[in-house]
Write a protein that binds this ligand. Structure first.
Ligand code: 5GP
Length: 234
């Protein structure tokens, strides 16, 4: 697969064209940002960890009937993916109160949410990804009703599959963010699933093994990503 033109460079990834117009190469970087890119840094080998973790989780979801953009791993930092027209809505699923939800409602981190909470955020860095609901999404014509229904259904299904998968590896899936896109008329899961986009706590100790170690200067950041990789592949 020939690596073509760079078509997108984000905070954590680069995306390249290939000789097949339907397929792209997604390359994972070690760069880390937080708080709308006000905080910047590098996490050694984060790109390698996130590529391998995402590949394993996308493979699992595809097997369980949730279609993703993942095609195959190409190298330590690269995966081949289907080209998507991204729906500019980020879906967050929360099983336990943390981060943005703790701030928004003045709640204690660590409180279990039953049933889990689904949030939509407008994918717009300049605006700080504001919270939105179905009415905003339809009025702004970001997705059709049947598309959003599919996105919500897949999101809860992903939560069920991944919560069980991580639980078996002594990790609690606290919350995570998903992005979806359109490919040949179908909704597919895109982007990545990694410690950059999920909160994962050790089941026994509640130790944070995700990007919060970078956001909150908790130290041992590289070790946390390696630990998650080890448990996911183990
Ligand atoms: P919160 O809204 O609490 O900040 O984030 C909820 C979950 O979604 C966390 O697992 C967080 O890592 C993920 N998340 C939300 N927005 C973003 C984003 O813009 N980038 C990344 N990497 N993760 C996000």
């Amino acid at each position: 697969m020939k690596k073509g033109k760079l078509i997108y460079e984000g905070k954590a990834k680069r995306v390249y064209e290939t000789d097949n117009p339907d397929l792209l190469i997604q390359e994972f970087k070690d760069d880390a940002t937080a708080f709308d890119a006000k905080k910047r840094g590098t996490i050694k080998n984060k790109g390698v960890c996130n590529n391998e973790i995402s590949a394993r989780l996308f493979g699992l979801l595809d097997c369980r009937g949730v279609p993703t953009h993942f095609v195959k791993l190409l190298s330590a930092r690269e995966m081949l993916v289907k080209r998507l027209e991204i729906v500019p809505v980020e879906v967050t699923i929360r099983n336990v109160v943390a981060g943005g939800m703790a701030r928004m409602f003045g709640l204690e981190e660590g409180t279990t949410l039953c049933p889990p909470v689904l949030e939509y955020h407008y994918k717009n860095d300049a605006l700080g990804d504001p919270l939105m609901n179905e009415y905003h999404i339809f009025a702004l014509k970001l997705a059709e009703e049947r598309e959003l229904k599919t996105i919500a259904k897949y999101s809860f299904e992903i939560n069920r599959i991944l919560s069980k998968f991580f639980d078996e590896r002594n990790l609690k899936l606290i919350d995570f963010k998903l992005e979806f896109g359109r490919h040949r008329g179908k909704i597919l899961l895109g982007d990545e699933i990694s410690p950059d986009t999920c909160r994962l706590w050790d089941k026994a100790t509640n130790k944070k093994l995700d990007k919060d170690r970078f956001r909150r200067d908790l130290g041992n950041i590289e070790e946390a990503y390696q630990e998650v990789l080890h448990r996911v592949l183990g």
